[in-house]
Design a protein. Sequence first.
Length: 364
Amino acid sequence: MTYLKITDLQKHYDSYHALRGINLSITEGEFVVFVGPSGCGKSTLLRTIAGLESSNGGTIELDGRDITELASSKRDLAMVFQSYALYPHMTVADNLSFALRLAKIPDAEIQEKVRSVSASLQLDPLLERKPKELSGGQRQRVAIGRAIVRQPKVFLFDEPLSNLDAALRVQMRLELARLHKKLGTTMVYVTHDQVEAMTLADRVVILNAGQIEQVGTPLELYRKPNSRFVAEFIGTPKMNLIPADKITHKEDEFIFDLFGHTIHFPANRIKGEQPDSVIVGIRPEHLSLVAENGDLTGRIELVEHLGSEAYAHIQLQNDQTIIVKAGARTELKDGQEVHINVDVQEIILFNNKDQVISVIPEEA
């Protein structure tokens, strides 16, 4: 059942249209992540849901109630910001309890709620400290705790981990995932980091230029993108895109040429009318290096060794460069000629309008 419903939401600043008719339904208890490039509208969308920005059209409903025109304080939402926004002169305990004291909650109830949140976020040893005495990760936990103690219907997170170092971001992602499982509360999270989106979300909302490009589970977006934008945005390293030509149509095969190498593609995987030119999308892990007679040949430009895996940047003809995933102990050298096989089952085809025109087969 829909819990948070956004219908045709519009937001503009003079002539700049930041949100262009957003439609989205979120179920109770879901962890939804907004992700996209800078300027795509993800933070504006979150702030408009929170009531920190007014909308120029459309509606926002929470648990069956229209909250579009309500003040932020009346929406029963709690927001966690990138900048922590803690009161510097207050202790951790006072920061956690401040909103409850403003709401005139009885002292005994405040103490019980603070004690419960403090225990769940491992803040007990820090309760008498002030923000300046805390690390970045500790401050962020306090900011999250301040939101939790209010027991809102929805938590809103605006890039809460972007100020932390890489190792601490991984730790905090794990803590957020655990917290969501424990509380079961609806969470909406904004990030520019697709790794955060893929690891935290039940569903990911990809935005581009103020519009939703696609909504789906992380695996759906990775395996079945509905546009070239989504295909390139999701996945690290990003998808290889190779122009193909010399298209041949047969009853059961769609045949195209990749730099002199013929690729046979099942015709029943083409959506709609078969095109005369395509862009071939293939992810680095769906290419493999072989000793000889590969689908493609090229020359090593660079090998990135990442410890558990390596990625080879390979120059094909006409200066086209692709990335191939290699084994962690690969002995590939710069300048070495290599042969590459393509897993045809994992190819995604795009037309000249950047639309996906092929279907990934269902897994057995």
